[in-house]
Ligand binder design. Sequence first.
Ligand code: GLP
Length: 261
Amino acid sequence: MEIIIERDKETGSKLAARIIASQIKKKPDSVLGLATGSTQLTLYKELIELHKTEELDFSSVISFNLDEYVGLSPEHKSSYHSYMWNNFFNHINIKNHRVHIPNGIAPDIEDHCKQYEGAIKAAGGIDLQLLGIGSDGHIGFNEPTSSLSSRTRIKTLTQKTIMDNSPLFKDNEEIPRHVITMGVGTIMESKTCLLLAFGKQKAEAVKLMVEGPISSDAPATILQMHQKAIIIIDEEAASSLKRADYYKWVYSNKPDWQKYS
Ligand code: GLP
């Protein structure tokens, strides 16, 4: 795990955007795993900016989103489809047919999940998976006690996650209790994981993920076993880490050839 502690959400998101941009420049038809949540909004703004000012080209990029609420149609204003199109896809040149987001109203959810897994494989696997973290240590919507080898499937949200996610829901409507999410095993197969977490409310989850024992009690802890997990956090999210100074030391002593341009 590489732990990068940035001053704040803005500088952290800028760095994350640079990492994603260099992935796309290196491999224009990169397969990106994308995430939703309030954490990613600044990052998507940065990527839109890079598209506009530096012509970052998304035309060959293939994307797979992590998750979607069951029962919400893609057009629903609180669906993750709407989130992705409103906050990102409508502002870049990604091709509609290369975008994949689980369908919350698929008539046969089990079959849909199988096909989603198949589509990821057919695309050659995920090159870079963007992640946030829930305050209970979930990644995607893999809530505590999710199997650490799980695949894309339906999950039931915890009441805590329902409460945490309510600000992104419009008009005080009831939040669905079920979701479709890539599994922990699916996420672990991506070549690189890039996880962002900002703010005091993520400090405990970040501590568990980085320094806690690996356990399905906090599924993000499995990232300790990932071949290349980059964790970008701000000072507040880093505030409970025992070895924060060491992570800063490592990052500031990174050899030039290893630095993110
Ligand atoms: C949801 C998403 C997760 C995300 C989490 C954090 O649960 N399914 O992928 O990491 O929200 O959300 P936020 O960034 O709003 O704190």
